[in-house]
Design a protein around this ligand. Structure first.
Ligand SMILES: Nc1ncnc2c1ncn2[C@@H]1O[C@H](COP(=O)(O)OP(=O)(O)OP(=O)(O)O)[C@@H](O)[C@H]1O
Length: 241
């Protein structure tokens, strides 16, 4: 992406973000003050140990959860304190999600799983174009049970990008996959980011994946403990782990 990324206005800006879960007598401080800016079109990999707060942060950025305190702004929409209705509209209009498990509808083909999203989106791609972008042009009429795990994940990516989301949030998208299959999923995500300009965040435990990012953010114990920018994005096809 352009080296002037930091001159641009952030897509997301969080300030002093905290999230505390109350479990009986115990308070779990999942986020303890996160200040983060994400810029248009960048591909960010988020690393951190289990329990460091990655999913909590992603869920707040995606409007699936709200912070306990602090601000989170998407463009000019204030997400902290938004109503459930506003968050639902925000997710529908702007956000694509990819999770570790693909959540495809088993009784629908790959194409029909994508159509389930495109028929309610405002400005969708053709479902076939979304599936082509993830390398599944020849598998459109297969049912999930007829596809490998990696192929199912690529259908989930096609479904997420088919509504042309401004933001693509991916929580351990290769977590259930072996290395060779995971790489095809990362290739699909990188291509979607590059060709559609969707601001992309990928959570992973796998530090090798960080080399495909514009920027790498590390969370530890609910705060950002590290951040660096890669001089070049490594092609995910050449990653190994
Ligand atoms: N709904 C919840 N209720 C109570 N505690 C929660 C809840 N969600 C997360 N937590 C706790 O908040 C902390 C951060 O969790 P989070 O899932 O954000 O971490 P993570 O970095 O994504 O971990 P992992 O890599 O294992 O998915 C953990 O201690 C977790 O147990």
């Amino acid at each position: 992406m352009a080296s002037d990324a930091h001159q641009k206005t952030p897509v997301f800006q969080t300030t002093g973000l905290t999230k505390t879960y109350h479990q009986g007598e115990v308070d779990v401080h999942a986020l303890r003050g996160v200040d983060l800016a994400l810029y248009p079109g960048e591909l960010v990999v988020m690393l951190g140990a289990s329990g460091s707060g990655k999913s909590t942060l992603l869920n707040i950025l995606g409007g699936l959860d709200i912070p306990s305190s602090g601000q989170v702004r998407y463009q000019d929409i204030e997400l902290s304190g938004a109503s459930d209705r506003d968050l639902t509209r925000y997710r529908r209009d702007y956000v694509g999600f990819v999770f570790q498990f693909y959540n495809l509808i088993p009784s629908l083909t790959a194409r029909e799983n994508v159509i389930a999203v495109t028929e309610i989106a405002r400005d969708p791609m053709a479902p076939e174009d979304a599936l082509d972008m993830v390398g599944l042009a020849s598998r459109m009429d297969h049912f999930p049970a007829q596809l490998s795990g990696g192929e199912q994940q690529r259908v989930a990516i096609a479904r997420a990008i088919s509504k042309r989301p401004q933001v693509l949030l991916c929580d351990e998208p290769t977590g259930a996959l072996d290395s060779a299959t995971g790489i095809l999923v990362l290739v699909a995500l990188e291509r979607a980011n590059r060709e559609t300009g969707t601001t992309t965040v990928i959570i992973t435990h796998n530090a090798s994946i960080a080399r495909m990012a514009d920027r790498v953010i590390t969370l530890s114990d609910g705060v950002i403990s590290g951040e660096h920018r890669n001089a070049v994005r490594q092609n995910p096809r050449t990653l190994s782990w």
